[in-house]
Design a protein around this ligand. Structure first.
Ligand code: AMP
Ligand code: GLY
Length: 420
């Protein structure tokens, strides 16, 4: 039996902790710092995800057999390196590998070297040069901050004026701090977007089923970009032939590239893809589980998550053969009014028990906390209401039925998650 520690406080971490708690080999699940829902499946520990030495101390004291890292910024800050140096087993990539997410120019160069299909892009470190080049570019033009910008560092500019504003915001005003000191000006791709997850280690990779995120705040993919307003798995966009291409042109080449460069990657690779008429192309690499993709994916995993994550720490992942449910899963995010902008929080949430009464529904908390025995809102994305069903239509109807039972002031959600 083993104790595990999950680091983070979102819906993704609740879903991971929920699945780990179901493992026959797991004794205690700790979540640092967790949220109002993670305390239902484990024990919350009041250590911030950024306090790496305190987390390592806790892991040693509690004899944690595996620490599972949710957020990208702790990985980019070297959490996994720190743990491994201390002899503490951890699922999450090293700081060097996390550069594939934390620097879009690093990722772009890696993809170019290994012939992984992606949008053409030019990198700029000088604002005047970027502005001059953008004048003569073709439009729409995608302006991207190089570093981590909480999903806000991408602007699709329709005109040179819009591009100019975005470039100055990044490079002169430093709206994203140092993340915008370097930018990419990128070719605009069109098609359907799809999220791929694969556990990668020295033995190769294990791909999860595909998923679809709905990134815009409003129905019909209108409004500002968010962290994700809902997901479904399967995405409905990837048939077996396309999966073959994703494996051959993206995942196989990724692993071959790692080996050629001697780059050690043990953790989760989540490429965001655009499915273009020329085939699948990588929009970005993430080196962690997606949120809210994980909420849908964990509902479809019929095997022990601990076995898969542990295999990756021992370079055995390519030999794992987990079972995935043939059922579809859907996750609808209930957000606070104002999200993705500033939101008021602290409102009581009711109907959680009624909403979870159906065995096909499962509610993962994100921005919630427990105060005086009551669950209250505490963030932009509040809950991820998931359901499974024999078809995507059934999963989606069940998720919306459960979501309808839940009430809090300012509740907002998209009514078209999982709809084509
Ligand atoms: P990223 O943070 O790189 O995932 O970008 C956020 C969102 O911007 C993506 O989910 C896409 O919707 C959009 N995007 C990024 N790069 C491109 C591109 N080259 N062409 C079209 N859309 C893009
Ligand atoms: N759902 C998108 C992400 O986690 O980046």
């Amino acid at each position: 039996m083993m104790n595990v520690l999950v680091i983070g406080s979102g819906g993704r971490e609740h879903a991971l902790a929920w699945k780990l708690a179901a493992s026959p080999r797991v004794e205690r699940v700790f979540i640092a710092p967790g949220n109002g829902g993670t305390s239902l499946v484990g024990e919350n520990v009041p250590i911030p995800a950024t306090d790496i030495p305190a987390l390592a101390r806790f892991a040693r004291e509690q004899k944690i057999g595996l620490t599972v890292v949710g957020p990208d910024d702790c990985l980019a800050a070297g959490l996994a390196d720190f743990f491994l140096d201390d002899g503490l087993p951890v699922f999450g990539v090293s700081r060097a590998a996390a550069q594939l997410e934390a620097s879009k120019s690093f990722a772009k160069d890696f993809m170019r070297r290994h012939n992984i299909p992606t949008a053409n892009a030019r990198v700029f470190e000088d604002c005047a040069n970027a502005l001059a080049w953008s004048q003569a570019a073709s439009y729409p033009l995608v302006v991207k901050a190089d570093g981590l910008a909480l999903g806000k560092g991408v602007v699709i500019a329709q005109t040179p004026e819009e591009a100019g504003t975005a470039i100055r915001r990044c490079m002169e005003e430093r709206a994203f701090g140092e993340a915008g000191a370097r930018i990419l000006l990128e070719e605009h791709l069109t098609g359907r977007e799809c999220s791929i997850h694969a556990i990668v280690d020295g033995s190769g990779y294990l791909a999860f089923p595909d998923a679809r995120d709905h990134k815009r705040a409003l129905e019909g993919d209108q409004g500002p970009n968010t962290g994700g307003m809902g997901t479904n798995s399967p995405s409905g966009f990837v048939d077996e032939a396309l999966w073959e291409r994703i494996r051959a042109e993206i995942l196989d080449r990724f692993v071959t590239g790692l080996r050629a460069e001697g780059l050690v990657f043990r953790g989760l690779l989540f490429p965001g893809l655009m499915l273009t008429t020329d085939g699948p192309k990588v929009l970005e690499f993430n080196c962690r589980f997606g949120d809210p993709e994980t909420q849908s994916l964990m509902r479809r995993l019929d095997s022990d998550l601990l076995e898969l994550l542990e295999a990756a720490t021992q370079d055995r992942v390519a030999t794992q053969t987990p079972k995935w449910s043939a059922d579809a899963a859907c996750c609808v995010i209930l957000a606070s009014k104002g999200y993705p902008g500033p939101c008021q929080t602290g409102f009581a949430i009711s109907g959680l028990e009624r909403a979870s009464a159906s065995p096909t529904a499962q509610i993962f908390h994100a921005g919630t906390k427990t105060a005086h025995g009551e669950t209250v809102t505490a963030g932009g994305r509040v809950l991820g209401v998931t359901a499974t069903g024999a078809s995507l239509e059934e999963a989606r109807a069940r998720a919306y039925a459960a979501a309808g039972q839940i009430r809090f002031d300012g509740k907002q959600f998209r009514s078209d998650i999982g709809a084509s």
